[in-house]
Write a protein that binds this ligand. Sequence first.
Ligand code: FAD
Length: 439
Amino acid sequence: MNCTILGGGLSALSLAYFLQKDENIDEIHILEKDFRPGGLCRTYIKNGIEYDVGPHIIFSKDKEILDLMNNLLGENIEKHRRSNRILHKKRFVQYPFENDLSKLPKEDIDYCVNAFIHNPYENYEAKNMLQFFLKTFGEGITNTYLRPYNEKIWKFDPAFMDTQMVERIPKPPKEDIIRSANGETIDGYLHQLYFTYPKHGGTEALIRAFISELSIKVKIHTNAEVKGLEKTARGFRVTTANGAYESDRVVSTMPVNELVHIYYDPLKPEEILNTADNLKYNSIAICIVNVKKDYAGDNYAFMVADKNVRFHRISKLDFMGEGYHKEGTATYMAEITYRKNDLNDKASDEELVLKVIEGLETIGFIDSEEDVNFTELKRFEYAYVIYDLNHRQNMDLIRQYFDSQGIYLNGRFGAFEYLNMDAIIRQSKQLAETIRNKK
Ligand SMILES: Cc1cc2nc3c(=O)[nH]c(=O)nc-3n(C[C@H](O)[C@H](O)[C@H](O)COP(=O)(O)OP(=O)(O)OC[C@H]3O[C@@H](n4cnc5c(N)ncnc54)[C@H](O)[C@@H]3O)c2cc1C
């Protein structure tokens, strides 16, 4: 029996890693449209500096998967302590915001603490993300940071997003908020407090590590954009830019909203096409900026809620160690999300780079454009799944349809879920088990 996997990112490679152990499977074909596998885990290089598609870090609550990632990387890992900051009115507030309130101006501290302690929204059921923030943190913390930051990263009103992303965030105890307002910084989100990162090679080192573990059963075909999929007497025929593959089993990790259109089914309900077209996602532009002076200190990522600054996050790549540092300089990565036809989408790359430089001046990371040595901007269409209010219902329908066709969905845009690397690998492990049991 053979299995064909559409797409060649982490979800495809980790699935092949688990599936190759299945003695009923003789061949696994991975079809990737790009000239190299890796998807969102690819790493790029500019003037000797390696950078990811938005800074990636390795962390997880799932110990088995975390150990797997770290073991695969072997000697090539460095442990780091999270040092993330929220930039608020030119002040550095430690992440998460509610745990370091004393860094705010006095009037903001009073607003946040008072609205938290006397919170009229406390006893309502939160039906969307905004309601969750108001209920859990009160109006002050919500309006000072959570709401503007989330509007900026999602480019979507949190009142129209569901609670899937946030429902596991714990409500801080009143004593913690008071301690934080009184000057004590409390570490939060402890599973992300320490993380690992490859010493060299960026996140793509993890991709290479998975590939090095694949047996000869697994064939990776690059420049193989999947253009068609149909059922046959044997199973499926997958058509690519350079040939067709007959297959017993098919797993798709390519974006499901595109799969719906290339899958040939004369009885495909119109509703499936419409539902897939209604799935919401964000694209991302990442901009590398190498500068002459370092004003960011020993910090990694900075969240910027200020809407006068175009990027929502800026990360100092030097933080990751020698492999990511250029002597006498600092290198930042700015991230800007967008969707088709919005202002960032329509802006040229040159305009976005100028906006990034302006933003760096506004937050005080450069004095003027003169401080910039070089920049590089790249865009990626698929970056973030948006859990809008219809997401769950839309995906249930689409999943049911592909289940009925015998096609498995896997991966961030394959299954259209907000999944980090650990969750992707866990999902691949479970899917390999499902395929093994389906005899
Ligand atoms: C900005 C950003 C920051 C992130 N930071 C972290 C982090 O810190 N920690 C963490 O754990 N995770 C992080 N992630 C998440 C992580 O990148 C993803 O979970 C993971 O890379 C998803 O892998 P995937 O295989 O599901 O999807 P993808 O990587 O999107 O792979 C899909 C592949 O399918 C290919 N493809 C698409 N269409 C076709 C077609 N028609 N034919 C053939 N191939 C096709 C694509 O080229 C791509 O290679 C981050 C993601 C982003 C966007």
